[in-house]
Ligand binder design. Structure first.
Ligand SMILES: Nc1ncnc2c1ncn2[C@@H]1O[C@H](COP(=O)(O)OP(=O)(O)OP(=O)(O)O)[C@@H](O)[C@H]1O
Ligand SMILES: C[C@@](O)(CCOP(=O)(O)O)CC(=O)O
Length: 497
């Protein structure tokens, strides 16, 4: 395919998530969940690949330069019988493990674009280079800097081959993008060069492949699918057909990202993570799962038309995103603790559902009680009633714990119960919960947003980790209200060529 001229260089970012209350019940359309966006974002930069005269390339190259072996090159073609655009991963040299979320998103988004912009049918897509940059809190720190990570730890893109490989750069942190006022990523004080500590890069290299990286549970797949979708739509479509700053643009992004994410996940979660990646903090009611049931798979006859029809069909999307019902009192922050343990969300959901199906009446009562607490917590936070936060968060924990005990899933296991009880005794901590599905691997803390409280919490977690031989740490990330947004390309000029 040859291309349209004027495809824009854009950077779009999408936030991570924390489901503060409403885990499990939010899978059911009768109920809602209270979700906050997070200051940790995934950014996607899209730019055209410029080729020398006479050189013809038909490639989309996606790179995630914070990981080893993380460059995916795709060819793309139009499938007959309205099957849409299908990408195929190209292999050259060292075999690269497929990235299912990226590949699936490309199939859905390029197909949608080809359907709504008829000129694409004749002109096709210019080759493009996409760069994924994730804020550091999405993954646990590498234990010890390996030589590859040290070399890479001062991010900047360098040489470009024909299809444009990025290697991580050697810029000092002062040359890197400054954090936004709401972001807690690498504040200038922590990035100033000292004699003994190298500057901390805004986007660090993790020294591993993506498969071996330790995720911290902030919703990386929803953030990447959303940022990737928005960046491709903004790059290939004129603003008259897609504008992220408008309600219509957000709606298209939401619907398309939900469809692509569900398909890549291979299951239908509630979609709260994609909703908050698009809209930021909100009270969320899911869409009917049946909405997606009639959609052909990418490449199947009629896929392109059915996909565009579904994404654009406003009335069919019965999800609710109530942003006006969510707020945070002045001087209060939602913070996340990373516990270095794993949790099997899928098996926990299965246990909860088996219990619910076997005990519909009891489960209905528990779900209704939890819903009451979700609404109450949202109300207290919105009204700025700082003194009420603990009072309404404690019952959320109790209900989650009881539900776990009844269905045999470790939703708030004893080890977490003990830690959260002690943590709630630290001065400045207002309340805590096991977020989302619960389990061993994370805790969310609502606390006073000041240095003294942060110091006390860090000190507490240090001691707790020593005494209990686990690793628990307070991440930098904070609850934040904003969803997906266009970023200033100028702030990413180190990566633009
Ligand atoms: N920085 C990245 N670059 C490229 N792909 C990524 C990146 N981060 C995540 N992904 C994609 O997302 C997948 C991880 O999705 P998964 O659903 O397992 O985790 P998650 O969304 O972070 O989970 P959780 O909701 O527990 O936070 C990876 O396998 C990869 O396909
Ligand atoms: C259990 C569930 O309600 C929440 C899972 O949340 P998390 O991935 O643990 O943050 C599943 C869902 O809503 O998709």
């Amino acid at each position: 395919m040859t291309g349209n001229s004027g495809d824009r260089t854009v950077v779009v970012s999408a936030p991570g998530k924390v489901l503060l209350a409403g885990g499990y019940i939010v899978l059911d359309r009768k109920h809602t969940g209270l979700v906050f966006g997070l200051s940790a974002r995934i950014h996607v930069l899209v730019q055209e690949i410029h080729t020398s005269a006479g050189v013809h390339l038909s490639e989309i190259v996606v790179q995630s330069p914070q990981f080893l072996n993380a460059t995916w090159k795709y060819g793309y073609h139009l499938v007959e019988n309205g099957g849409g655009i299908k990408v195929t991963q190209l292999q050259s040299g060292t075999p690269v493990e497929p990235n299912h979320f990226i590949e699936t998103t490309l199939n859905y988004v390029l197909t949608y674009i080809s359907q709504v912009d008829k000129s694409r049918a004749s002109h096709g897509f210019q080759p493009a280079s996409l760069l994924v940059l994730a804020d550091n809190d999405y993954y646990s720190k590498p234990k010890r800097p390996s030589s590859s990570s040290t070399a890479a730890a001062t991010d900047r893109p360098s040489s470009s081959s024909s299809a444009g490989d990025f290697t991580l750069p050697t810029a000092t942190s002062s040359e890197e993008k400054k954090p936004s006022s709401t972001s807690t990523q690498d504040a200038p004080t922590t990035t100033t060069t000292t004699t003994d500590k190298p500057p901390r890069p805004r986007f660090r290299h993790f020294g591993t492949t993506l498969r071996d990286a330790h995720k911290t549970g902030l919703g990386s797949s929803a953030a990447i699918v959303t940022a990737l979708t928005a960046s491709l739509l903004s790059h290939y479509l004129p603003p008259s057909l897609f504008d992220l700053t408008t309600p219509q643009g957000k709606r298209v992004l939401h619907n398309l990202a939900q469809v692509a994410h569900c398909s890549a996940q291979g299951k239908i979660g509630s979609g709260f993570d994609v909703a908050s990646a698009v809209y930021g903090s909100c009270l969320y009611r899911r869409f009917s799962p049946a909405l997606l049931s009639g959609l052909p798979n990418p490449g199947e006859a009629g896929f392109a038309r059915a996909l565009a029809g579904l994404v654009d069909e406003e009335e069919a999307w019965d999800c609710e995103i109530r942003k006006e019902e969510v707020g945070l009192p002045e001087g209060v922050a939602i913070r996340m603790c990373d516990v270095d343990c794993g949790t099997e969300t899928v098996s926990m959901v299965k246990k909860v559902h088996a219990w619910r199906d076997g005990n519909p009446e009891a489960a209905g009562g528990v779900y209704a009680r939890l819903q009451g607490r979700v609404d109450e917590l949202a109300g207290v936070l919105r009204a700025g009633e700082v003194d009420g936060i603990g009072r309404v968060m404690r019952p959320v924990r109790e209900i989650m714990r009881t539900m776990g005990r009844d269905c045999g899933a470790p939703i708030e296991p004893d080890s977490q119960e003990e830690m959260l009880n002690a943590l709630e005794g630290v001065e400045g901590v207002l309340g805590s919960v096991v977020p989302g599905a619960g389990g061993y691997d994370a805790a969310a803390v609502v606390m006073r947003d000041d240095e003294e409280t942060e110091k006390r919490v860090r000190g507490f977690l240090r001691e707790w980790s020593k005494e209990h031989e686990i690793q628990v740490r307070l991440m930098k990330v904070k609850g934040e209200t904003e969803g997906a947004r266009m970023e200033d390309v100028g702030e990413f000029k180190l990566w633009v060529r």
